[in-house]
Ligand binder design. Structure first.
Ligand SMILES: *[C@@H]1O[C@H](CO)[C@@H](O)[C@H](O)[C@H]1NC(C)=O
Ligand SMILES: *[C@@H]1O[C@H](CO)[C@@H](O)[C@H](O)[C@H]1NC(C)=O
Ligand SMILES: *[C@@H]1O[C@H](CO)[C@@H](O)[C@H](O)[C@H]1NC(C)=O
Ligand SMILES: *[C@@H]1O[C@H](CO)[C@@H](O)[C@H](O)[C@H]1NC(C)=O
Ligand SMILES: *[C@@H]1O[C@H](CO)[C@@H](O)[C@H](O)[C@H]1NC(C)=O
Ligand SMILES: *[C@@H]1O[C@H](CO)[C@@H](O)[C@H](O)[C@H]1NC(C)=O
Ligand SMILES: *[C@@H]1O[C@H](CO)[C@@H](O)[C@H](O)[C@H]1NC(C)=O
Ligand SMILES: *[C@@H]1O[C@H](CO)[C@@H](O)[C@H](O)[C@H]1NC(C)=O
Length: 374
């Protein structure tokens, strides 16, 4: 009945169906999935992904290792320090973000992190371990006094005991918990001369993230307690307009770039250097459809710079396939000359830059030290 025409028709329909199914399989479905994924990750109002962004549902690991100096007597007599690595001391970080405002495609927020010692993962290391390290506040205060208040050096010399109390030594022998969070008190009970020095140190402390000035004048030094305070404001893309921009920081503390590092100069004008660029996200969120061949960028405010992360290998987290990106030797090679401030001495290469593996923190630890550039 049907004959050739029918045969052709079914063939045509067959071909059309094949094409349609090809289109559905190879084009429409990935598109649908892509859109589904985008809608599951970009920071839309009242969604679980926004909740996850506000309160990160898994605790993150923060691992600390220290170098314990084991021959302080010899070092004081001019010897070379012998150090042994201690740790790891593992803390769980609970990260939350406080949203300040949501605009069309941008979000403004501050980060708060809470640290909890993980005694199981850290075993046998405990927060009560005693470590001997270089006395950071002692050297920092002397270094600043030497470069910024030469007149203070004479006073400081006779007031060191008043300022540092029982920690009046180039080395600090301290309980880990005190060093990291509880803090080491300075200027607790200064005499008359100490009080003069402490007034200036308070000025330094007011802008340093590691020195906290108390109401009664005591100054508390700690390495990490500032991290439990609310961070500066981040402004980032929500990824709604373009999912590739998800989480990418537009400004930090209302500035689109850092001012810790050396800028370039072109025709007598200051030009933003790669070191001062704010690249990527706050590391708590990344865009979907990651390309293994392209680096990811994230800002690390502890070291006051952006960090390039490169693909390492495929892995999984609790059964979910994942890609591992990490920073490696390029992070601390000090090859970008703009990271070289020429202020820290003793561990530099011929060109004045720090040796590979060291990171300049001079401008990072306090506003006060940043003014050296001006
Ligand atoms: C989100 O929820 C809040 C209250 O919980 C509501 O006022 C607001 O209209 C919601 N926004 C959207 C886009 O649904
Ligand atoms: C944290 O470290 C512990 C112990 O090393 C490990 O079992 C756990 O999977 C880590 N958690 C994350 C989120 O990496
Ligand atoms: C650090 O070294 C000192 C002296 O060498 C020692 O008493 C102390 O136990 C060491 N600390 C750790 C955590 O190993
Ligand atoms: C100053 O205040 C801190 C707490 O803010 C307290 O621990 C310390 O003992 C006080 N020092 C003096 C000398 O009162
Ligand atoms: C959205 O993105 C497109 C290109 O991706 C751009 O041209 C446009 O200006 C963006 N709109 C907004 C409001 O950012
Ligand atoms: C943030 O910006 C303000 C004003 O420019 C400045 O005083 C403050 O020191 C900045 N905070 C940090 C941590 O750089
Ligand atoms: C920031 O990103 C640019 C490329 O966009 C790169 O050249 C530069 O090295 C990056 N800066 C840092 C500090 O990673
Ligand atoms: C640091 O020293 C090097 C070599 O002496 C010089 O080329 C560079 O410009 C200096 N950088 C700064 C910030 O002074």
């Amino acid at each position: 009945m049907c004959g050739i025409v029918c045969g052709v028709t079914t063939t045509v329909i067959g071909v059309v169906l094949v094409i349609a199914s090809t289109v559905v399989t190879f084009f429409v479905v990935p598109g649908v999935i892509e859109n589904l994924i985008i809608n599951e990750v970009v920071l839309l109002d009242n969604t679980t992904q926004l909740e996850r962004f506000i309160e990160v549902p898994v605790a993150l690991n923060f691992t600390i290792r220290l170098f314990n100096i084991t021959n302080t007597e010899e070092v004081l007599a001019g010897g070379v320090p012998v150090v042994s690595e201690v740790g790891p001391y593992i803390y769980k970080i609970y990260q939350t973000r406080e949203i300040e405002s949501l605009e069309e495609d941008t979000i403004t927020y501050r980060i708060r992190e809470q640290f909890e010692f993980d005694s199981t993962s850290s075993y046998p290391n405990t927060e009560d371990d005693i470590v001997t390290i270089v006395n950071v506040p002692y050297h920092a205060i002397l270094q600043v006094a030497e470069s910024s208040f030469p007149g203070l050096m004479g006073i400081l010399n006779s007031a060191l005991g008043d300022v540092f109390g029982s920690n009046n030594s180039p080395f600090l022998e301290v309980r880990l918990r005190e060093l990291l969070f509880d803090g080491i008190p300075l200027c607790t009970n200064p005499g008359f001369i100490g009080a003069i020095a402490c007034t200036q140190i308070r000025e330094i402390g007011a802008s340093s993230k590691n020195l906290a000035v108390q109401d009664n004048g005591t100054i508390i030094f700690s390495l990490l307690s500032y991290k439990e305070e609310l961070s500066e404001a981040y402004k980032a893309y929500r990824g709604i307009n373009n999912s590739e921009d998800l989480g990418v920081i537009i400004s930090l503390n209302e500035s689109a770039y850092f001012n810790y590092w050396v800028n370039d100069e072109k025709d007598d004008e200051e030009v933003l250097s790669v070191c001062n660029m704010i690249n990527g996200t706050d590391s708590g969120i990344f865009n979907p459809f990651i390309n293994r061949d392209k680096p990811l960028y994230a800002v690390n405010t502890d070291i006051c710079r952006s960090v390039e992360l490169r693909y390492q290998y495929d892995t999984e987290y609790e059964g979910i396939p994942a890609l591992r990106f990490a920073a490696n030797e390029w992070l601390l090679n000090n090859e970008d000359g703009c990271f070289c401030l020429n202020v820290t001495t003793g561990i530099t290469k011929e060109d004045g830059c720090l040796l590979e593996g060291a990171s300049e923190l001079y401008s990072c630890v306090g506003e006060y030290l940043r003014t050296f550039q001006k």
